[in-house]
Design a protein around this ligand. Structure first.
Ligand code: PRX
Length: 656
């Protein structure tokens, strides 16, 4: 099995339509209905979103203006007052959902917990009061470095309740990466746990926080709240560190949600880009609430009776939008799982599906490929008949994996919803609507209503059908990121000026290459910039290069993605060493460890190749295209005439 190639995808002609029973019961019932909704939204996007904002969400105060668009800066529902925690919790308490399961949690060692809407509301209010007691005020940033436990969702909702933007830092990031993010966000408080379970091992989260804060590493952090999860020995610094359960005990469960301006910041989430340090993607309150609510409702055809499970980590946007905010805003039952398939328990996901009767299951192609390797006997031995929709996200799905997912997991009856979107977009942008859209394996199909997407060249001109180009969005949408935290210029440059605006018309540049086929289906091919996608995690090659050159033995480093059967891409590093230092296996190991320490295990290079020199152009630019060919074990393709020293290439080949 391999990643989709242009050839394999061009040959992919199969079409799968939902059954008529499925379509009849769906929110959007036919392609014709989708087209009508789409056309209506396209004709007047503001009216379209305004009607949904009024019918789907609770507002403390109505907006004065739907959209204020000062390209590239958008404001949605200007003048409105809203609170997403109110929409996710309080408004359900006056309905039959009060005692409905809001959050079902399955822990890695087999413990579990279910919180009803009333119970979740109480815990969130209590924790919001804890935050207030520690001096956290509206506008203060709170860092969350958590395992996949209910307290992660509780903390996010508590922050939203009092208007303190959270910044969740994935628990797999190193102390160094954690520190960088806490410093950039100027976080006032950190919420963490003593440890978290990850594939039969304990991740020492609190120890990493201690390292990040050592020597005044993140000077704005005043307090650390610690959930007891794994119960291993940790150090608690008096005055700074507090146990969650100590402070939560006895605190009032009454904490009215703060009416927030529509455009008040809800959270910052860091993501990798082409240059420099990861950027803080800023999402605000009302537009994000509406967008995650509507996209989940229609793309996963969410029903009140559904048990919905997204396997992402809350440290990524998928966890934010589609474990916490989207599902709870809809009053759904959302399942959170601390574990992951591993050789010691290859059938664990299917046990969870069976145990809770999961109806909607959402995961990533890399997970599907890993599950295929583990063997179909594991899903086949479980009852998966409760499943009715399967989703995928994070990278292009190869048709073989799509078909396996459809056949083995979905029993050929579940529509596959391949959702293309990004941290920056807040929610799904291109996705099938399962009762309406005939699907083609490997295609994310059509834009969501209200999204005007296209494929263009670098001048912004639309390209012909089936011609590859750059994926762009032509009109603002409520869930879009508003800026890069503290760096609006970077926001403008990265996303809105890469393809220069024409006649005042701005295009959002997603960084992905794609094509549209003769039926209007979008086929996303992958990143066109120096971002690689390792197991669905986004990594800037430059971040890994900076980590490598921060080691004293390294003179220069160039990192590229190498195609990988399961991960999609793996990190492949070419390294030149400082004068007197010799390459060795020991050093290779040490450098890999160094990268893990600087960024986290997700960035560990699969392979490091030592070399005397890197292939460069006469102007000194590293020729990454050649390195990508070499990493993939392919012939070096294309023009090499700009190479400064051809012998470098021959030597690198020799080492292959
Ligand atoms: O390259 C695209 C790929 O993941 C990138 C966004 O990564 P991130 O911000 O980490 O968000 C991941 C989860 C939303 C995109 O630029 N990508 C995401 N979904 C798909 C995809 N590529 C192809 N098909 C998808 N369904």
């Amino acid at each position: 099995m391999s990643q989709p190639t242009i050839e394999s995808i061009l040959q992919e002609k199969r079409v799968f339509s939902p059954s008529s029973e499925f379509s009849q019961a769906a929110h959007i019932k036919s392609l014709q209905e989708y087209q009508q909704v789409y056309d209506r939204a396209k004709a007047d996007p503001e009216k379209f979103w305004e009607e949904l904002a009024a019918s789907e969400l609770h507002w403390f105060q109505k907006w004065d203006k739907v959209l204020d668009w000062q390209p590239p800066f958008a404001q949605w529902f200007v003048g409105g007052k809203i609170n997403i925690s109110y929409n996710c919790l309080d408004r359900h308490l006056t309905t039959w959902r009060r005692n409905k399961a809001a959050l079902i949690w399955e822990g890695e060692p087999g413990d579990s917990r279910t919180l009803t809407y009333a119970q979740l509301h109480r815990e969130v209010c209590q924790f919001a009061n804890v935050l207030k007691q520690l001096g956290v005020k509206k506008g203060d940033r709170v860092g969350l470095y958590m395992p996949m436990i209910p307290e992660a969702a509780i903390a996010m909702l508590a922050c939203a309740r009092i208007g303190a933007p959270h910044t969740v830092i994935f628990g797999g990031f190193s102390a160094e990466a954690l520190k960088d993010r806490l410093v950039d966000a100027e976080a006032k408080l950190v919420v963490t746990a003593d440890g978290g379970w990850r594939k039969d091992k304990i991740v020492p989260l609190k120890e990493q926080v201690d390292k990040a804060l050592a020597n005044n590493g993140a000077p704005t952090v005043e307090n650390v709240l610690v959930v007891k999860r794994t119960a291993q020995e940790i150090t608690m610094e008096p005055g700074r560190d507090h146990w969650w359960h100590d402070l939560q005990a006895g605190v009032s469960g009454d904490c009215p949600a703060e009416p927030m301006d529509s455009e008040d910041m809800l959270f910052i989430l860091y993501t990798s880009g082409t240059t420099g340090k990861p950027k803080g993607v800023v999402h605000t309150t009302a537009g994000y609430n509406l967008y995650t609510h509507m996209t989940l409702k229609w793309a996963f055809d969410l029903k009140d009776t559904d048990v919905y499970w997204c396997t992402a980590d809350v440290g990524w946007i998928t966890g934010h939008s589609y474990i916490v905010y989207g599902p709870l805003s809809n009053g759904a039952t959302t399942l959170m799982y601390e574990g992951a398939p591993r050789p010691s328990n290859p059938g664990c996901l299917w046990d969870v599906v069976e145990k809770y009767g999961v109806n909607i299951f959402y995961t990533a192609p890399t997970a599907i490929r890993a599950l295929i390797k583990m063997g179909e006997e594991h899903p086949n031995a479980r009852d998966l008949s409760s499943l009715r929709i399967l989703g995928t996200v994070g990278e292009p799905i190869n048709p073989e994996a799509w078909i396996w997912y459809h056949r083995i997991i979905g029993g050929e009856r579940c529509p596959i919803v391949d959702t293309w979107w990004q941290t920056e977009t807040g929610g799904f942008m291109i996705t099938p609507l399962p009762g309406a859209t005939p699907t083609k394996p490997g295609s994310a199909t059509f834009p969501f209503p209200g999204i005007i997407a296209d494929i263009v060249d670098l001048e912004g001109n639309p390209v012909e059908d089936n011609q590859g180009g750059y994926l762009v969005v032509k009109h603002p949408w409520p869930g879009m990121m508003r800026t890069v935290y503290g760096n609006p210029e970077r926001f403008r440059r990265t996303y809105w000026e890469h393809i220069p605006p024409k006649d005042g018309k701005y295009l959002y540049f997603a960084g992905d290459g794609a094509r549209k086929d003769e039926d209007g289906y979008f086929w996303v091919m992958g990143r066109v910039d120096d971002v690689i996608n390792v197991s669905g995690h986004r990594l800037g090659t430059m971040e890994v290069e900076s980590a490598l050159v921060s080691h004293p033995a390294v003179a220069e480093a160039a990192v590229v993605g190498k195609p990988d059967e399961v991960k999609g891409e793996d990190v492949f590093a070419f390294v030149t060493l400082e004068g007197s230092i010799d390459a060795s296996e020991e050093l290779e190991k040490e450098l890999k460890k160094h990268v893990v320490g600087e960024i986290g295990a997700i960035a560990r290079p699969g392979e490091i190749r030592f070399t005397d020199a890197l292939p460069k152009t006469r102007s000194g630019k590293i020729m990454r295209r050649l390195l990508r060919n070499l990493a993939a074990g392919e012939e070096v393709a294309g023009d090499t005439s700009t190479l400064e020293d051809r012998s470098v290439l021959d030597k690198l080949r020799g080492g292959a």
